[in-house]
Write a protein that binds this ligand. Structure first.
Ligand code: PQQ
Length: 251
């Protein structure tokens, strides 16, 4: 049983709930994953970096759809107004001048064909299942759980701060230009997660709901973890690439 399974048993103060959520991230966020450690050490092949970018595109492309789901479920205009900015961050004004387009630049900068990435046809089965599970979680669980599941963004600046300098230092073909996706995220993620955290602390006031938000964050950490597990298994050392998935040319 997870050590967090009955963390809210006796009810938590807002400060204690926040501390528990931060501890979940401390222990379970995907910056603890061996794939991320290999990335930071400069140990990934170009093929593995390409596979990472191609698969992660599916996650990026789904994010504004799950945010639209949250907007549609929110009865509070303030929550909707705040949350729709996230959709704009990813879609921009035209659909192709926001975060999704910047992620495509990252992928093409690593040598991938943009149309192939956009088609999502070559993503790993586990990537598609993980991304679908996140969207369906935000569709079917309570609004509070959906908001809480975004709280991995509390920890995103940490992983970006580890990833970007390491990628620039360790992979000669990676330039700042290619990694431009991450620059605005360093402002957007704290703005978004501060709002989401305040919402969660204000609304998770009884033990049952507090446990639900803790579990929602664990679920989301598991989604991110499962995506890196799948990449590691499929592409490490030439790998175990599932039928139909991306086959790199570069090694
Ligand atoms: O670079 C990362 O490792 C990372 C992690 C996460 C996250 O923790 O879910 C997000 C992002 N990036 C990101 O760029 C992003 O737009 C984003 C949105 C969300 C979300 O759950 O709403 N997470 C993340």
């Amino acid at each position: 049983m997870s050590k967090f399974a009955d963390a809210a048993r006796n009810g938590l103060t807002p400060a204690a709930l926040e501390a528990t959520l931060r501890q979940v991230g401390e222990e379970r966020y995907h910056n603890k994953h061996p794939f991320h450690h290999r990335m930071m050490a400069g140990a990934l092949t170009k093929a593995e970096l390409q596979a990472w970018a191609l698969n992660r595109y599916c996650y990026q492309a789904m994010i504004p759809r799950k945010d639209a789901m949250i907007v549609s479920r929110a009865e509070d205009p303030e929550l909707r107004a705040e949350w729709r900015r996230r959709i704009e961050d990813h879609d921009g004004v035209t659909g192709w001048d926001g975060g999704i387009a910047r992620w495509l630049k990252l992928a093409s900068g690593l040598g991938l064909n943009e149309e192939l990435v956009k088609s999502e046809r070559r993503a790993l089965p586990a990537t598609r299942f993980a991304v679908g599970a996140y969207l369906s979680f935000c569709t079917n669980r309570s609004l509070l759980e959906a908001v809480a599941s975004s709280l991995t963004e509390l920890f995103a600046p940490v992983i970006i701060g580890e990833r970007v300098p390491a990628m620039l230092a360790k992979y000669s073909y990676v330039s700042e230009d290619i990694l431009a996706y991450f620059t605005p995220r360093l402002k957007q993620a704290p703005r978004d997660s501060d709002f989401a955290l305040a919402y969660v602390l204000a609304h998770a006031t009884e033990p049952g709901k507090q446990q639900e938000v803790i579990n929602a964050l664990i679920f989301k950490c598991d989604i991110l973890w499962a995506m890196l597990d799948a990449l590691d298994y499929a592409y490490r050392d030439g790998g175990n690439i599932p039928p139909g998935a991306f086959v790199p040319e570069a090694r």
